[in-house]
Design a protein around this ligand. Structure first.
Ligand code: ADP
Ligand code: MG
Length: 284
């Protein structure tokens, strides 16, 4: 304004309009546009953050409601049967029957809590080098009795090397869930094939069963909290835990399934190159 004011004494009227335009209109317009742009980006970012937060809160809220519902059901049933047990004239046989129902209900409440706990802490606390082959062997050992019960034969084909980074506890939990589902999908027996492949950049783990398979709707809902087709026996939390662990490990999952034929789960993790190099020199 000072410049324009000074110029009004020295220059002619015709160029004064240009001066006004150059010194007053353009700068303020420019500043206006730039600050609008900055403000727009800032607002957008803020809104995005708020949206993420709201989504998270909503998820926690929904989980809370669903969890309390899932736990309340078996607890209500258990307390009902405990009340029946108070009857002094109850026969021994009935008493035994009621007690076993109470136990079953309490166990199912515990299963829900157990599965939820692993979900609630999806961030990995410890990162260690995991030998995929050893970890899988350990998990198979744990699940062998269950497989025998369902007359499922476990076939393995592991690559010699393959190290990934992650939390061992969580990795085992994840694959126990996947393999348990696979075994449970073959109540009349079948083959469970677990193979690993290793390349310079990634380790893939393939789990194939010859079980009941899933329809495309079931596939779509896989990993949804409390989505289970197993009625009272299932919690519907297993796959949700699997997805959250794999996400925390930066891995990916593909699922393929055909009703009546079986299901294949494919997992991919990044390899740790330094360790791989060490291994190769050891082998050489
Ligand atoms: P749950 O095992 O307690 O039912 P999950 O989250 O582990 O809960 O699994 C959810 C559902 O996904 C199961 O009820 C089942 O219908 C389906 N599912 C998971 N894995 C398989 C599989 N390998 N074969 C067939 N169905 C499967
Ligand atoms: Mg399961």
């Amino acid at each position: 304004m000072l410049t324009v004011f000074g110029m009004s004494f020295t220059t002619s009227h015709s160029s004064l309009f240009d001066a006004w335009f150059a010194y007053l209109v353009i700068p303020s317009l420019g500043i206006g546009i730039i600050s609008y742009g900055i403000e727009f980006v800032r607002k957008n970012n803020e809104m995005q953050q708020q949206l993420i937060k709201a989504e998270k809160l909503k998820a926690v809220e929904q989980m809370g409601a669903a969890i309390s519902h899932e736990i309340r059901n078996p607890l209500t049933a258990a307390s009902g049967f405990v009340q029946l047990l108070q009857d002094d004239y109850l026969s021994r046989q009935k008493r035994k029957e009621y007690l076993s129902i109470v136990k079953e209900e309490l166990l199912s409440a515990e299963r829900v809590i157990q599965d939820y706990l692993t979900f609630a802490k999806p961030s990995l606390e410890t990162f260690e080098e995991l030998n995929v082959k050893n970890e899988l062997r350990q998990i198979i050992n744990i699940l062998q009795p269950l497989a025998n019960q369902n007359s499922v034969e476990i076939i393995t084909d592991f690559s010699i090397i393959g190290f990934i980074k992650g939390d061992g506890q969580k990795f085992r939990q994840c694959f126990v869930n996947v393999l348990k589902n696979a075994i449970e999908s073959m109540p009349a027996g079948g083959y469970l094939t677990i193979s690993t492949e290793f390349s310079q950049s990634c380790v893939t783990i393939k789990v194939t069963d010859t079980g009941v398979g899933m329809t495309s709707e079931q596939l779509e809902r896989l990993g949804e909290p409390f989505y289970s087709t197993k009625g009272k026996k299932g919690t519907g939390l297993g796959m949700m835990v699997v997805y959250s662990i794999i996400r925390a490990m930066d891995g990916s999952i593909w699922v393929e399934s055909e009703v009546g034929k079986g299901t294949t789960f494919l997992f991919e993790f990044q390899t740790i190159t330094t360790t791989v190099k060490n291994q190769q020199t050891v082998r050489a």
